[in-house]
Every structure is written in structure tokens, then in C-alpha cells.
Design a protein around this ligand. Structure first.
Ligand SMILES: C[S@@+](CC[C@H](N)C(=O)[O-])C[C@H]1O[C@@H](n2cnc3c(N)ncnc32)[C@H](O)[C@@H]1O
Length: 302
């Protein structure tokens, strides 16, 4: 089978699951993964026969995709915010909304540091791309780390910050640590049940994308998501879909420093109720929409 014939076969076999453009994208990344040919090479060499071994591997990947397994889990990696992250069945596959959260957070942290330069200068010396701290680093807390995307992207952008991440899943933390090693970034990972954990220290930034799907919404979630992604990452452990947000609100009152910033990804159906939790004790609290115009983020300033 030539590369071009494989692409046609891929599209036909998966037409019930993917659109033509999704198939074109996926077949290209799978061919690259197995043969090493970039998409440019694939166009140039479209009439080249695939090596038998590679063809077998590619056909096996089609069978896996037919089970509705997410392609990122089949590949074992995904791109997020310009970085490559290992992913597996123990972590949530990073979502585009979380890239939006990070883009927003990075801008806000930078401008907040600049605005507060006098106040924060005791803690930080600013350079153009990162917060560089001498003896008192900017302290960032991420709650529910999964594959580690949030702490690792932040650590990459704020290289001198001290970043701490909590997750209750030891297996998710293994993947997060693997990602930290791959990118050679230092994050303090804590294995704990956040809902029963005393932070016991102050932070300048708290950020989280906690489980926020209520038990009553389970029927709305695609079977492929429920089957292949960890339930602990998706669903609130009780009938209260806001349980994490309530604890984060309490903790922010106690442990978020003055002028500290809070960034949360939220359940789009619970925007006003979630915002309500952050009105007291914050000088600013705002509900922010994502690119699809859904209520998706909370921004708070202490
Ligand atoms: C929605 S996922 C977010 C993962 C990652 N931050 C992201 O944005 O892709 C929520 C994460 O919270 C973790 N989690 C669930 N219950 C927890 C708990 N009680 N304490 C700490 N982490 C918890 C899950 O294991 C999962 O990794």
C-alpha cells in the first residue's frame, strides 16, 4: 500500500467517527509517528510503498481508533500550549479551553507583576519573559494536576517561580513527573486528597481545573470520554458539583496573599453560582467566557 492509498483507506474506514479533514490530520500524524515522514515528506512521497512492518502497525492503529479510543492516548502524547506532553489512561486529555485559561493567566500574572512592581519587587525581579526571584520566589499552586500541563506551562513561562501541584491520583502524578522530567522543569508534586488537605502555606497564585461535572450530568458526557478518561478527573465525587470550588474559595481567603491571583476553569452551566463563591474576600472577581462564548473561567484578585 502506498502512503496515498493508506490515507484513502484511513478516511474510508473511519468515516463514521471522523470528518474528512480530521482523518487527513490524523492519518498524517500517525504516518509521521510510525515512519518518521513529516507531512511535507508524505506529500512528496505519496506514491511510495509503505514498508510492510509500518503498514501493519498503521492498520493496527486504525483498529484502535475504531474503538473510539482518543487518538492522543493511542499516540501516547499530545501537543499543548506549544509543548509535547505524555498522556495515558490515567490523565485527562488536555482540552483547548485550558490553553485559553493559561494564556489568560500568563498575561494577567505578567501585567500584575508589572503594575505591582514596587510591592512585588521585594519578592521578584522582573525580566521580559519570566519572573526571576532571588530569595522569595513567586509561589504558584495548581490543584488537580493531571498530566501536569498547568504547572509545567507556568514553570516554563515563570522560570524562577516555586510551583506546587496537588493530585489525588498517584498514577496521574507519575505521568506528570514524567512530563516534568522530559521538559526538565522543577515542580513540587504532592499526592493528596485536596478536599481533606490543609494547605498550611501561602501562595501568590492559585490555579485549578478541578473535576466539575455533576453526577446528574453524567448522561450528557460522550461514552468515549467516560470509557477512556479517568472518572476521578471528570466527575465531582459528591452530588455537589461545586465542592472543589467551595474549598478553593475557603483556602483562597486563608492562603492567597494580598494582591494574589486566582484562575479557575469552571462548569459552563454553573457560571453565576461559581462566581458567587468568590465575591467575598476578593477585590475583583470576574466570570469570563471562552472562545465559544460559554461561561468558562473565574478570575479573582485578592
Ligand atoms: C479536570 S482534571 C484536570 C487535569 C489537568 N489540570 C488538566 O487541566 O488537564 C482534574 C484533576 O483533579 C484530580 N483530582 C480529582 N479529585 C481530587 C482530589 N480530591 N484531590 C486532588 N486532586 C483530585 C484528578 O485526578 C485530575 O487529575
Amino acid at each position: 500500500m502506498t502512503i496515498s492509498e493508506f490515507k484513502t483507506y484511513f478516511k474510508t474506514e473511519l468515516s463514521g467517527l471522523y470528518t474528512d479533514s480530521e482523518s487527513a490530520f490524523l492519518s498524517s500524524i500517525f504516518i509521521e509517528k510510525i515512519t518518521g515522514f513529516s507531512s511535507f515528506d508524505q506529500r512528496k512521497l505519496s506514491d511510495q510503498e509503505l514498508v510492510i512492518d509500518d503498514e501493519k502497525k498503521l492498520l493496527k492503529l486504525i483498529s484502535e481508533l475504531k474503538t473510539s479510543k482518543p487518538y492522543q492516548q493511542i499516540l501516547g502524547e499530545t501537543e499543548f500550549y506549544g509543548m509535547t506532553f505524555f498522556v495515558d489512561e490515567n490523565v485527562l486529555i488536555p482540552r483547548p479551553e485550558t490553553e485559553e485559561l493559561l494564556e489568560f493567566a500568563i498575561k494577567k500574572i505578567r501585567s500584575s507583576v508589572i503594575q505591582n512592581e514596587m510591592k512585588w519587587s521585594e519578592k521578584s525581579t522582573i525580566d521580559s519573559s519570566s519572573l526571576g526571584m532571588t530569595n522569595n520566589p513567586l509561589k504558584i499552586l495548581d490543584i488537580g494536576t493531571g498530566s501536569g500541563i498547568i504547572p509545567l506551562v507556568l514553570k516554563k513561562h515563570f522560570s524562577q517561580a516555586e510551583v506546587t501541584s496537588i493530585d489525588f491520583s498517584e498514577k496521574a502524578l507519575e505521568t506528570a513527573r514524567k512530563n516534568a522530567d522530559f521538559h526538565q522543569l522543577q515542580v513540587n508534586f504532592i499526592h493528596a486528597d485536596y478536599l481533606n488537605f490543609d494547605l498550611n502555606q501561602n501562595f501568590d497564585i492559585i490555579i485549578s481545573n478541578p473535576p466539575y461535572i455533576g453526577i446528574d450530568e453524567e448522561y450528557e458526557i460522550a461514552d468515549s470520554v467516560k470509557e477512556f478518561e479517568p472518572k476521578m478527573a471528570l466527575f465531582s465525587p459528591t452530588s455537589d458539583a461545586l465542592i472543589f470550588y467551595k474549598k478553593i474559595a475557603e483556602d483562597s481567603k486563608k492562603y492567597l496573599n494580598k494582591d494574589g491571583l486566582l484562575f479557575l476553569e469552571i462548569n459552563q452551566k454553573l457560571g453565576p453560582e461559581t462566581l458567587e463563591l468568590y465575591v467575598d474576600g476578593f477585590s475583583e472577581a470576574e466570570l469570563i467566557k471562552d472562545l465559544s462564548e460559554n461561561d468558562r473561567f473565574i478570575f479573582g484578585r485578592k
